[in-house]
Design a protein. Sequence first.
Length: 666
Amino acid sequence: MDNILDVNDLQVSFNTYAGEVKSVRGVSFRVKKGETLAIVGESGSGKTVTAKSILRLIKGPIGKIKDTSEINFQGENILAYKGKKLASYRGGDVSMIFQDAMTSLNPTMKVGDQIIESIRLHEKVSKKDARNRAIEMLRLVKITNPELRVDEYPYQLSGGMRQRVMIAIALSCNPKILIADEPTTALDVTVQAEIMDLLKSLQNELGIGILLITHDLGVVAENADRVMVMYGGTVVEEATVEEIFYNPQHLYTASLLRAIPKLSMDRKVKLTSIAGSPPDMLEPPKGCPFAPRCEKAMNICKRRMPKEFIISNTHKTKCWLKHDSAPRVAIKEFIEESKKVNVGDKFESDEKILEVKNLKKYFQVGKNKTLKAVDDVSFYINKGETLGIVGESGCGKTTCGRTLVNLYTPSEGSVYYRGQSISDMNSRQLMDFNKDVQMIFQDPYASLNPRMTVADIIAEGLDIHNIESGKKRQERIYELLNMVGLNKSHANRFPHEFSGGQRQRIGIARALSVNPKLIVCDEPISALDMSIQAQVINLLLDLQTKIGLTYVFIAHDLSMVKYISDRVAVMHLGRIVELADSDSIYQNPYHPYTKMLMESIPIPDPKNIKDANEGFNSDEAESPINPKAGCRFAKRCKYAMEICRSTTPKLKEIEKNHYVSCHMSF
């Protein structure tokens, strides 16, 4: 295979008020026709900046690609492209799925018009033909009712649907290279598997080269040919996917592998994270950027940048431990010897801090069309407990979460906080409720004020509720930044100066600032890499054991949901189809939909790849818009009976504290 993309000595920096931020420092790599190169590394390591550089999206005078850098596409240096040639290259030859779907889509344009715009920019087709293709692209990325959705605006779609619209735009002009920056971050495991299968099939058919940027090592294991590990703006290791997983040679790579959550994890033991924080790229380390956090670092690691060591024809790394005179380190043993630190005694209480009764939330999406986003949902959560909510994009998880914190008014039903209906609270009680119940939002960029510094964003709650002022206010800000893996220097920056994962951490710090009693966590770790995920989850568990903090934990990462949750509710198209304790849901699921989710979990093992959703039909998914009677999973269920299509099942207890809504279970 020939190289379709050739990057040599890429160096990118940004001029800020505090000085020059050296985001990418001498990165070189190749992408061959028809192959997938995955880039992994913590937030701020330079992954997204590298990707944007390939599309010439680094804007001056603040951002600058060094003159000695080369980005060659099919033998031509694209840094010399101008005008129409550059416009044709962007979106035509090379397209990108951006990390923040909501901020990347134009909020004033219908999603169909945005796909049409891309098609007509690069191809001479009529508006009618472009619209028909836009509908087909939406269908291709598994959006139900594409004829209806094509005329909706981004805010009317779930986070996962918006991500799929971004994928549709990127694929609409059949690019030669697809840069996928966290393409599955906002997607559930079933759609994630379907989208990656779609990308693979298009790759095989058209020979597309894919640059896959992700923190999900399960996705990497199942889809990548080669892997490039970045840290501190440099490449620390590059190898085939098998070599990275079975024979890593850099301690940073090994540390990432050690942090992977597994379904078999003991919930009484803390997750293994990497101590410390990524380097400040205003003053990057002189030596190995990972040295301050490396458990095996030597003196030379802190003084000199390591040279490149060749392990094999396909494997290279930058680590002084590979030098002939360095002590030998058994990396496989290092990965397996994760530290066994107990979480602590679980806070237990019989007090129902939150109770939901027959909750419904409907939206009008047309003259005679009603979207039943949440349709007759009931559950409770005790103080100090974690209730996980899982399900595919568009199932109503986020709508449910936003209704719990009073951002949406219920169409029917009630939400009770400590026995009192939120709808009946007066202004003073609502002020206390808003302090006690916080939310970590799914889209961190859209929920952060772009005109406020990080310090003011975090302290906004402190100011509203008169909690801290003066020096103590500043100390609290620094304390919260440190808690979520950021540092003091980040306090005076603005949201646009951070990576997606760093913005997510800012959102978490803001939610924790007012010492809430309950936090609705809507995809709080979706944009975070494995190690930072572990840090954040360990932090949430520490707070839970110390002060009895309560969580509603909404996420797509089923392994992490199992680890952190006491009970799990599985939602499908507005309804809870199964509710039980965490171990029961994962070890003995009753509902076919729950089983499908379990079978779709990506496994971080290149040799253990399985076909997800085998036997389930996703093309005929029911719609929550004017839904008919019957089980809403019936069209996709390989076990469906006639009663499933005609009669709506009720949520019933089939074992102690195990509730299922399925005709097959009775």
